[in-house]
Ligand binder design. Sequence first.
Ligand SMILES: Cc1ncc(C[n+]2csc(CCOP(=O)(O)OP(=O)(O)O)c2C)c(N)n1
Length: 251
Amino acid sequence: MQVFNIPRAIKQNSNFTFCPGCDHGVAIRLVAQIIDELKLQEKTIAVASSGCSVLLYDFLDVDCIESPHGRACAVATGIKRAHRALNNDRFVFTYQGDGDFASIGLAESMHSALRGENITAICINNTNYGMTGGQLGPTTTMGQITTTSPDGRNAHYHGFPIKTAEQIALCEGTSFSARAALYDVKNILSTKNIIKKAFQYQIEGLGFSFVEILSSCPTNWKLSPKDSHLKIQNELTKVYPLGIFKDVKND
Ligand SMILES: Cc1ncc(C[n+]2csc(CCOP(=O)(O)OP(=O)(O)O)c2C)c(N)n1
């Protein structure tokens, strides 16, 4: 059977290797569509991180590199600057989990934003360390049960979750910071517009652009794909509101 409308920037014979119901596939497809629309395929270098997001290079048909856990923004900074020095401007974006971007890599991420590096970071927030078995991560919500918080996250023992998009918006070098979700068609379309804007801000040289995407993790949440999306819609968006927190063109 021929499948129509596969973006050019998707590897045509790739098999789905994420867990059933995981939102990574949708996020990567949106990225591929935007790369097609902005004609970026030949000039893109994607920096995948350690975690489920590393599987990006199984699907996206652009030059990809894997960075050590947490270092994606630092690696992207080096790639972007080195190419610029050679007058060979490349479109560079990172694709990271929340543990990668906002825990082990928080220093690299935030200082890239503070320096106003002209790169784009996409952070897939599934509220846990997905690939390694669902441990508590920086965005695990209060009361959430994970393999390392069997009685639920509590402030006294684990501290509080980080609101990444809001924090990155506070950095002066940030041009754009937003949070989006993929639990229904309306939000999938709006996430596409948001990622596209973040990519365009890099193309215009405006500095660090950032998109956090609330994403399902049915395996570690121990929920069906449908209930995972209901959890995002009804619970996670209360803790992590969707929206644009910084936009240098419109603030
Ligand atoms: C320096 C280092 N520490 C720990 C690990 C083990 N490790 C690999 S992936 C991962 C968790 C990734 O979680 P997250 O970034 O939230 O991504 P997800 O898998 O949920 O998409 C960890 C702890 C590692 N590879 N390198």
